[in-house]
Design a protein around this ligand. Structure first.
Ligand SMILES: [Cu+2]
Length: 174
């Protein structure tokens, strides 16, 4: 038996296995959720029905003080373009994509949320300090990818506007 050939073969198999293994949490996790059927959403009718209709996007303040943020990522912007959230409050982010795979990240933080058309990505975020965070797409999604950025504005909790149940917070209202 030619040990050198066997060794080369085994190394090749190992290397090929390692590539998907390192990408698993980035790509396959939303894909698996999608295949499991939970958190499924139709990317073609986001603006027509369901939780991602336009007047449901942005920051929603619940009676218990918790916050839900709903967003859509699409080539080449995040909707809403500017989001307002209170500091020091856990934020439930729910985001989906209308077209390609994107990744919403907040500069200066570890947060990065991959979005995939057809599935809702969920994340728990918290911003302890007030300030502005640039939000950028970290997944190459086409020629306009590098212009895909928006903003998150964190304001002290007591300065966060008291929203009526049907209202959504965004920077334009500031
Ligand atoms: Cu992108």
């Amino acid at each position: 038996m030619n040990w050198r050939k066997v060794r080369t073969f085994l190394f090749t198999v190992l290397a090929l296995c390692l590539i998907p293994a390192t990408r698993y949490y980035q790509v396959d996790e939303p894909l698996l959720r999608f295949l499991r059927g939970s958190l499924h959403v139709d990317p073609l009718s986001l603006h027509l029905s369901g939780e991602f209709v336009e007047n449901n996007l942005g920051t929603e303040l619940h009676a218990d003080g918790s916050v839900t943020v709903r967003m859509i990522a699409e080539q080449y912007l995040f909707v809403p373009h500017c989001i307002l959230v209170p500091a020091g409050v856990p934020i439930n982010l729910r985001i989906t994509s209308a077209d390609a795979v994107h990744s919403l990240s907040f500069e200066g933080t570890e947060y990065a949320v991959k979005t995939l058309p057809g599935t809702i990505s969920k994340a728990e975020l918290m911003f302890s300090k007030a300030g502005k965070y640039k939000t950028v797409c970290r997944e190459f999604c086409g020629p306009g990818h590098y212009a895909m950025r928006s903003e998150l504005k964190v304001v002290p909790r007591d300065q966060f506007p008291a929203l009526r149940p049907e209202e959504r917070g965004n920077c334009a209202a500031q």
